[in-house]
Design a protein around this ligand. Structure first.
Ligand SMILES: [Zn+2]
Ligand SMILES: [Zn+2]
Length: 373
């Protein structure tokens, strides 16, 4: 059996060594998908990010008033994150835990976020997905991503297959590299998620931008405004080529005859609502403006093209588009990655933050680089 380092606590603790919560937040859409994650994270009940690392989404969503906890199996990271978030006045909690055996009762949470975690188990993702299903309440939403076999990875695989044939021919001994992660095509990830009991509402590839970032050796070389990579990834993120993007994504619901409504949180949404909506919506909420965003036919997308490596926005005074009061932009979150002005109070209103996440995300790519900030 291969040695596995996918679940080695020390490796994961050192993985984050040179990074800081601020640098992780400010790289923004270096890894795409914010349009999906921010739209489908439930606004009612508790959401758990399982395998949160430096927890940028935990911190981001806590500013939207979402009840969210980050779980990670690295004790030192959890301690650092709790201290850091307290010092910086975040209402966010980090817990040491194991995604295969979470410390939450059955049917107790409304959201489960897992970004690039379940592919690290050498025995496969099944146990982690079953655990997600167990803790989610009826109507709860699971947002699960893994690396995809992007066109770059497929090409690399083909190249290394040729190389290993050549090596075998000249009697090279094949090197036994330890297991770190799997790559799942979208259909394969969807199948695993469905097997755990979920109704997979969206199963697709995404994040073309990252493929060009990878090929460009993690620099902005191939994704700068005006390059082929920039035009291509902005144009095709919502169509077929995205199935060869860098990530596989599933948005899934724990289906039941009676489910919690995504819009109001009440336990009163029926299964028939899933014919029209991506998530459970009760009959009272069908008339609301917010429910329109969750129709299956409503496209989930960024509000505009990427901004590549813009300089960090220093805190400045602005007028909130929603309440008309003056406020200062956030020193860490800048403009919260939206193309509209929003004050801290309005950001906590579901009516406003859902609208922003569905219409006005301004995707920003910044180089992932410790010490830059
Ligand atoms: Zn409702
Ligand atoms: Zn406001």
């Amino acid at each position: 059996m291969k040695k596995s380092i996918g679940q080695d606590e020390n490796i994961w603790t050192s993985e984050w060594d040179d990074l800081t919560p601020v640098s992780e937040i400010q790289m923004w859409d270096y890894f795409g998908l914010r349009q999906w994650i921010s739209k489908f994270t439930p606004r009612y009940g508790k959401t758990v990010e399982a395998g949160c690392g430096l927890g940028r989404y935990v911190l981001y969503f806590s500013r939207m008033g979402i009840d969210i906890e980050g779980v990670d199996f690295s004790g030192p990271i959890v301690d650092i994150m709790n201290r850091w978030s307290q010092e910086n006045s975040f209402d966010a909690k980090f817990i040491k835990g194991n995604v295969l055996n979470l410390d939450y009762p059955d049917n107790s949470v409304s959201g489960y976020i897992s970004l690039g975690v379940v592919e690290h188990f050498i025995e496969g993702p099944q146990k982690a997905l079953e655990e997600a299903y167990r803790i989610l309440r009826p109507g709860g939403v699971a947002i699960i991503t893994t690396p995809n076999k992007s066109f770059n990875i497929l090409f690399r695989d083909a190249k290394s297959a040729v190389k290993s044939i050549i090596k075998k021919i000249i009697l090279y001994k094949k090197q036994d590299t330890p297991f770190f992660q799997y790559w799942y095509r979208p259909a394969k990830l969807s199948r695993y998620v469905r097997d755990a009991g979920f109704d997979v509402r969206t199963g697709r590839g995404a994040d073309l931008q990252f493929v060009f970032c990878e090929i460009g050796n993690y620099t902005d070389r191939l994704i700068k405004e005006g390059t082929f990579g920039y035009r291509f990834s902005n144009k095709y993120e919502n169509s077929f080529p995205a199935s060869f993007g860098a990530q596989s994504l599933t948005i899934s619901v724990k289906r039941a005859p009676e489910m919690h409504c995504f819009i109001c949180g009440g336990l009163k949404a029926g299964e028939e609502s899933l014919k029209t909506y991506a998530v459970p919506v009760c009959s009272d909420c069908e008339k609301t403006e917010l429910s329109q965003y969750y129709k299956i036919t409503y496209p989930t997308k960024y509000g505009g093209p990427y901004k590549i490596n813009p300089s960090i926005l220093a805190s400045e005074s602005r007028i909130c588009d929603f309440c008309g009061t003056g406020y200062n932009t956030d020193p860490i979150f800048e403009d919260y990655g939206f193309s509209r002005n929003v004050c801290n109070d309005c950001l906590k209103e579901n009516k406003i933050n859902i609208k922003l996440c569905c219409e006005s995300i301004k995707p920003v790519w910044r180089k992932r680089n410790a010490g830059l900030f």
